[in-house]
Ligand binder design. Structure first.
Ligand SMILES: Cc1ncc(COP(=O)(O)O)c(C=O)c1O
Length: 388
């Protein structure tokens, strides 16, 4: 019954191609930001369909720089979801804004657009939706609302590399979108991120903020024949990606669609096998046209229905050699945000219910169908054990 070896909930899919490219960069004499970074940015911009893409050390760095572009003033508000990794909300707070939480939809786990509209005030500067698990938000609705109120839309696309909304890739819109290449994501660079925009001025500002605020990085000053001198108009940070990371990213990007197709096949198998397990709630689909990138396959474990609470379920899976993940605990219920940005009781009921019951099952492109069968066997075993 129990698997002999542990099945992690995620594992990066690194092949010989990535390893060879890293070795090439290491032997080349140039390992920080250089030609590989430039090639990766070009390839990514082409892939998503955006004129500008900028590599970064993480998605968090991208969210930080996007907040810097907003130039938040005391009292400014940014509407977002609480069902996210803290990075999304931390960057609003750390850049001087006030995070305003809006509830998510029970079926898609994405921001509820009608509630976004109700939450807009004179102080609202931006909305940051998360494309949860790689399933796109209803961008037309969000864009319409942001346009009507003259506020920015910044997509937290950490889960959404390769996702599509109505036939267009996430990152192709004219607003900023920020991606993550953390090792559990659909493609990785070890750690890393990317920000896309259509606006040349925004891009140039992001580019300098990424590298101390100076106008030229080392590649331009020393390897491209430019003059060694540089200028600085605004202090910035040190968020540049290395060529070692970009070399991995270039190969991963070439393989991305194949890796996503594998995730889709595995998710469809989960759907099929779990359709007979009525104790748990499977992920729902959007009512609009998307390509789901299947970053996560999540189920809801409601004690009233399943006879077992989520945390105990995760432990029981672990005992059966199956890893699981928790994405996410509601940010507004974490101590800092509970104390600094309290929300009225019962104002985020869907977020709170999902946060209490959600579990990510193993899903990654290196998994095979027999692994999915093992996960579902373990789930059925737990259902039997905890049957009322
Ligand atoms: C929704 C969301 N936003 C932002 C981040 C931050 O990404 P990174 O680790 O690349 O900074 C994550 C990371 O998991 C995430 O899930």
């Amino acid at each position: 019954m129990t698997r002999k070896t542990f099945l992690p909930f995620s594992r990066p899919d690194i092949g010989q191609g990535e390893i060879d490219e890293v070795v090439n960069v290491l032997s080349s004499g140039w390992i920080t930001s250089g030609p590989k970074v430039a090639a990766f940015e070009k390839a990514f911009a082409e892939y998503v369909g955006s004129p500008y893409a900028l590599t970064l050390t993480s998605c968090t760095a991208g969210l930080h720089l996007a907040m810097e572009i907003l130039d938040l003033q005391p009292g400014d508000e940014v509407i977002t979801t609480s069902l996210t990794w803290p990075a999304t909300v931390n960057m609003i707070h750390l850049c001087g804004g006030k995070p305003v939480f809006v509830d998510v939809e029970r079926d898609t786990f994405n921001l509820d657009a009608s509630q976004v509209e109700e939450a807009i005030t004179k102080q609202t500067r931006a909305v940051i939706p998360v494309h949860f698990a790689g399933q796109s938000c209803d961008l037309d609705k969000l864009r319409e609302i942001c346009k009507a109120h003259d506020i920015e839309l910044i997509e937290d696309a950490a889960h959404a590399v390769g996702s599509e909304y109505k036939g267009k890739r996430i990152g192709s819109g004219d607003n900023m979108a920020v991606f993550s290449f953390h090792p559990i994501k659909n493609m990785t660079t070890g750690e890393g991120g990317m920000i896309t925009t259509h606006d040349n001025k925004t891009f140039e500002r992001l580019r300098t903020l990424r590298f101390h605020g100076v106008d030229k990085d080392a590649w331009k000053r020393y390897a491209c024949g430019d003059k060694a001198g540089y200028e600085l108009y605004h202090p910035g940070w040190k968020y540049n990606m290395t060529d070692i990371q970009a070399a991995i990213g270039l190969v991963q990007l070439e393989r991305l669609d194949t890796m996503i197709e594998k995730r889709m096949t595995l998710a469809a198998l989960y759907d099929d096998l779990l359709s007979e397990v009525h104790e748990f709630t499977r992920p729902c689909r959007t009512r609009y046209d998307i390509r789901h990138a299947w970053h996560l396959y999540t189920i809801l474990v409601d004690k009233d229905k399943a006879g077992i609470a989520r945390d105990e379920f995760m432990q029981e899976m672990g005992k059966r050699n199956i890893g699981t993940g928790l994405h996410f605990q509601a940010v507004h219920q974490l101590s800092f945000y509970k104390n600094h940005y309290p929300v009225p009781d019962g104002s985020l009921p869907e977020t709170e219910f999902i946060s209490e019951t959600i579990v990510s099952l193993p899903l990654y492109s290196g998994m095979n169908e027999s692994d999915v069968h093992d996960v579902v066997t373990a789930i059925r075993d737990i259902v039997e054990k905890f049957k009322k």
